[in-house]
Ligand binder design. Structure first.
Ligand code: HEC
Ligand code: HEC
Length: 434
């Protein structure tokens, strides 16, 4: 439905429509009887409101320890790198700079192979599944692989994830859990570790490391800075701000299945139970992002990051249909990032948006020529290029076609995406600060 620039009312209407559909689907998924489902349909969607999480008054002792660890550079082999060095709280827990991949390792001289994701808004990440079943208006739809932590979904929990950077030779580079435990034992908060996890926490290195991982998880789950919901978009959802005409146009394009179609994967409607829009469905998709020469590992032509099917992730190596797929990230705070996509190939939002618009219409703009031929999807071996999405708008066009998104659409989209940056208000969904 076309949406006129009518300020908040128009925005509400659109969101309300999304909600009404969700109500029905929710009822169906839960196996609620038709009568109840009809009742759900009659609910006035506009009176159903987005529920923002209540910030905890204080972190529990485990999470408080997790905070100390998150900022503790002494836990790295170099002694100079903490989680926060790559996941900077001043940058939505994303990379602090425009480097495609961050330095790490024992002397901070090794560069990683993937761009650092933001750690905000991970709460609703589902467990990894090869076939995410999504309730839809005509039953249950197989959305394909989705969920899990890291860009390939390899870690099922934040707990499992937390040990990965501590042990990754390109990151905090501890040789084993014993080295992690030894560092924890010397940490300024070692006494707190003993009092929270038991006097014998250091008796077994594996136990100490596991408790540290649990603490890092608790910090990320409890600290409100991981889900502030202080964007202008949230303020508008709460009736505390109006989007400008340009932002609203961008929002319309974002939702229009024949133009941006962004909301297909970057869901912008509230979820079950009034969950604020997460701007991702956590789905795994191959977008065919061009190879990035800034990644040192890419100097070797044989090195390819195939996402789900390896080589970082090991368990799906045989699933050739999954090669090239990476997790759909939230778009909250993406407008303030300086590196985009799993390989950090792009450094400006505008470039990303042009890539969406012109990947297929003007392939020579994005991919290299070899012997006069443009090699599309050049970051994937030829046999996996068929995995790249060519069915979802805006990826349905061919070379020479007119892009679905004009320059003006792209400027509008960028304006809308900026409304997803946190920091507009002081409280979730609050009025603009000042
Ligand atoms: C050297 C930079 C670096 C350091 C240090 C680092 N990370 Fe990361 N982090 C990354 C990269 C790169 C990824 C993406 C990894 C992938 O997809 O395989 C990531 C992914 C994650 C994810 C998954 C996010 C998602 O979208 O699923 C979490 C959670 C995380 N890191 C937490 C931590 C914690 C906790 C620490 C400290 C113990 C830490 N990181 C230290 C670079 C870093
Ligand atoms: C078919 C699903 C799909 C559609 C449609 C889609 N995206 Fe994405 N988006 C993804 C996936 C998957 C990634 C991550 C790809 C990667 O890392 O290789 C991504 C990444 C991004 C990023 C980079 C974010 C970051 O943190 O690096 C931006 C920005 C973005 N999308 C914006 C958009 C916009 C704007 C639209 C509409 C024009 C759109 N997307 C449509 C799936 C989709």
């Amino acid at each position: 439905m076309p949406l006129k620039a009518g300020g908040l009312a128009a925005l509400l209407l659109c969101v309300a429509l999304g909600l009404a559909a969700l109500c029905r689907d929710e009822a169906r998924a839960a196996g609620v009887a038709p009568a109840a489902s009809a009742a759900a349909r009659k609910l006035d969607p506009v009176t159903m409101w987005v529920r923002y999480p209540k910030a905890r008054a204080a972190l529990d002792p485990v999470a408080s320890l997790g905070r100390l660890m998150f900022f503790d550079a002494s836990l790295s082999a170099s002694g100079r790198q903490s989680c926060a060095s790559c996941h900077d709280p001043a940058h939505a827990y994303g990379p602090p700079n425009g480097l495609a991949v961050q330095p790490g390792g024992p002397t901070l001289e090794r560069l990683g192979t993937r761009a650092v994701p933001s750690l905000r808004y991970l709460r609703f990440t589902p467990q990894f599944s090869r076939h995410l079943a999504q309730p839809s208006s005509d039953g249950v739809e197989d959305e394909g692989p989705a969920g899990g932590f890291t860009r390939d979904g390899a870690a099922q929990t934040l707990h499992e994830q937390a040990l990965l950077p501590l042990l990754n030779p390109l990151e905090m580079a501890n040789p084993d859990v014993a080295a992690v435990a030894a560092k924890l034992r010397k940490a300024s908060y070692a006494a707190q570790l003993r009092s929270v996890f038991g006097a014998d926490v250091f008796a077994h290195p594996a136990v100490a490391a596991a408790q540290a991982a649990a603490a890092l998880q608790a910090f990320q789950e409890q600290d409100p800075s991981f889900e502030p919901y202080t964007s202008k978009f949230d303020a508008a959802m709460s009736g505390n701000a109006d989007l400008t005409a340009q932002e609203l146009r961008g929002y319309t394009t974002f939702n229009d299945p024949k133009k941006g179609n962004c909301a297909k994967c970057h869901l912008d409607a509230p979820g079950p139970g009034g969950r604020p829009a997460q701007f991702t469905d956590f789905g795994m998709v191959a977008l065919g992002v061009p190879r990035n020469p800034e990644i040192p590992a890419n100097r070797d032509a044989r090195h390819v990051d195939l996402g789900l099917c390896g080589p970082v992730r090991k368990d799906l190596a045989g699933e050739s249909g999954f090669c090239g797929m990476f997790k759909t990230p939230t778009l909250r705070n993406s407008a303030s990032r300086q590196v985009f996509f799993h390989n950090g190939r792009f450094h400006a939002l505008d470039e990303v948006l042009h890539f969406y618009a012109e990947r297929d219409t003007d392939p020579a703009k994005w991919y290299p020529r070899v012997n006069g031929q443009v090699v599309v999807f050049d970051d994937l071996p030829a046999r996996y290029r068929a995995n790249v999405d060519r069915v979802d708008v805006p990826f349905t066009l061919r070379a020479g076609d007119k892009p679905l998104l004009t320059g003006a659409d792209i400027r509008d989209l960028a304006a809308f995406l900026k409304t997803l940056d946190d920091g507009y208000s002081l409280e979730p969904g609050g009025k603009a600060a000042r």
